[in-house]
Design a protein around this ligand. Structure first.
Ligand SMILES: [Zn+2]
Length: 554
């Protein structure tokens, strides 16, 4: 086994290129120049995605874990509609929160949330950080030559569209007028920077600069973060509908249906996998942030007094699941949300984060496990006027036995369940496995890269190759192929040199290559090569299937 390479040392460019070349992920609508924020999963990417999806479903719905009290937990599946009654999104808060005022940069086209601009400038903008070191705003003293010098050197590189860089003389003259005009009230940092971002003060007034390029930002405008459409023939406000921005709400809408029809009792979960859509402002980092994506979400409904216990349980179960994909433990961390990061209704939230090549040395979001309290069911109760509370008969019997007062029993045995939500992105899971598996192999003859997927998730399990395309070998390979294809995805290929065929299998992550050679004809054996070690074992032709099944079961 080659030494694992940290994702921090992998090149995202090489990963994206391999994904395209080998049929994992293509840019959507590529022949029309693509479309920003959308990706198509090729034949191998689809297989990889389905393998991960099926494993999540197996571990969450078909065979969920044993709970903290030693009892198997109960989770049922759901497949709800992408389009729901628009009132759903009023209740969930998405309609209000999903149209934040945004400012667009005239220089580079970047969108910034207007209410976050100065926070972003001070914490994330490289040019801003460099520029503010050039002046002393507290005293109002502006060192003009120093600023011009900055504009000519660093500014040119970091903020090419900043007014100060494009036209320093005019920009600084406006600033000088301001400073001299009110000597007792020097401008603060924000005002100085706005001046340095403004070329034509008399025409535009003070302008806000783009955190990326320094270009002038336009007026704040509401920017829809949900995709809108219309249901029916007329296109008016009454027919307006939204593509769901998360699968979770479909679960809350069906909580009562499931409770009434499925003989479940608290605690239990409802799980769903499906597409969600966000008109994200800045799609970036390959499939990490895209406008159309696939989620795997589970809502765990439980009595309020047990919520923290279940939160802790699911937090650790979800980490175990990510490790079961074959992800190196050192590439995963928990990040607990600070109190000021929590949504107002949320009692606790933790992210599972991964060391992506583009976030390294930092980790980036992978899955969120949230303690949502009774927020969702209460919201839908209010907006739909449908009672979504729960009568806990077991609790009632227990309290009766304990001799608790009648009124007290009545009060405590009917409640709105709390919700623990492990929510992860299936498409993000694909990205993690692509990053994790991608391994440059400079020492290996023929292959530049090996995709070291855990065999369970590999799109193709074995390649079957006659070493030469004659002497009875193709016939044996063909027979083996026909036998194995009924059990698992396998490929056979008689063309090209054996080295080239191995190289392709390495790059698509096929764990085993079976060579049919002279010995296969005389001794009825085949040579099986391990993708990661390149070690070879000889196995009887009638034992190949059993050998592979054993290896793939893990
Ligand atoms: Zn810009």
């Amino acid at each position: 086994m080659s030494t694992p390479v940290s994702p921090a040392d992998k090149s995202m460019e090489e990963i994206v290129s391999l994904c395209k070349r080998r049929g994992f992920v293509y840019p959507a609508s590529e022949i029309y120049g693509g479309i920003n924020g959308f990706w198509d999963y090729g034949p191998l990417g689809t297989a990889l995605k389905n393998n991960i999806r099926d494993w999540w479903w197996h571990q969450m719905v078909t065979c969920p874990p044993i709970g903290p009290d030693g009892d198997p937990v109960s989770i049922v599946g759901l497949d709800s509609s992408i389009i729901q009654n628009p009132k759903t999104w009023e209740a969930s808060g998405h309609l209000a929160g999903f149209s934040d005022p945004m400012q667009k940069c005239g220089g580079c086209g970047h969108f910034v949330r207007a209410d976050h601009l100065w926070e972003i400038l001070t914490s994330q903008s490289e040019w801003f950080d460099s520029l503010v070191q050039q002046f002393e705003p507290a005293t109002g003293s502006i060192d003009t030559p120093k600023l011009i010098d900055w504009a000519k050197r660093k500014g040119k590189k970091l903020a090419p569209n900043l007014a100060l860089v494009r036209n320093p003389q005019v920009t600084l003259s406006w600033l000088a007028t301001r400073v001299e005009g009110q000597p007792t009230a020097p401008p603060d940092v924000q005002e100085v920077v706005q001046h340095l971002a403004t070329e034509q003060l008399n025409q535009t007034g003070l302008q806000d600069p783009c955190p990326r390029c320094g270009g002038a930002l336009g007026e704040p405008q509401p920017f829809k973060l949900m995709f809108e459409s219309h249901a029916g023939l007329t296109q008016d406000d009454a027919s307006k509908v939204y593509l769901r921005p998360e699968t979770a709400q479909g679960i809350f809408l069906n909580y009562k249906n499931v409770l009434d029809t499925m003989r479940v009792k608290l605690p239990f979960g409802i799980a769903q996998i499906g597409k969600s859509f966000r008109n994200e402002v800045t799609p970036r980092n390959f499939i990490f942030r895209s406008r159309e994506f696939e989620q795997m979400e589970m809502e765990w409904f439980c009595p309020p007094e047990d919520a923290l216990k279940w939160y802790d349980f699911w937090k650790h179960e979800r980490m175990k699941w990510w490790l079961s994909l074959g992800v190196d433990p050192s590439n995963l961390i928990f990040r607990d949300h600070a109190d000021d990061e929590l949504a107002h209704y949320s009692k606790a939230c933790v992210d599972v984060e991964y060391l992506y090549p583009f976030t390294a040395p930092n980790y980036g979001e992978l899955e969120g496990v949230a303690h949502r309290g009774d927020f969702d069911l209460t919201q839908h109760t209010t907006h739909s006027k449908t009672k979504l509370d729960y009568f806990d008969q077991e609790l009632q019997v227990r309290l009766q036995k304990e001799g608790v007062d009648k009124d007290e029993i009545k009060k405590r045995s009917r409640y709105t369940p709390n919700v623990i939500e492990p929510a992860s992105g299936l498409t993000r899971a694909v990205l993690v496995l692509l990053c994790e598996a991608f391994t440059p192999t400079p020492d290996r003859k023929g292959s530049d890269y090996v995709m070291q997927f855990k065999p369970k998730f590999a799109p193709v399990k074995a390649g079957i190759f006659p070493v030469v395309n004659k002497d009875g070998m193709p016939e044996i390979a063909q027979k083996l192929f026909r036998q194995l294809r009924e059990k698992m995805p396998v490929e056979t290929d008689a063309k090209q040199s054996i080295g080239k065929r191995y190289a392709r299998m390495d790059e698509i992550g096929t764990p085993y290559c079976i060579a049919v050679d002279g010995d296969s004809v005389t001794n009825q054996t085949a040579t099986i090569r391990d993708r990661d070690t390149t070690e070879q074992v000889t196995v009887g032709l009638d034992q190949v299937e059993a050998y592979l099944s054993g290896k793939l079961a893990d």
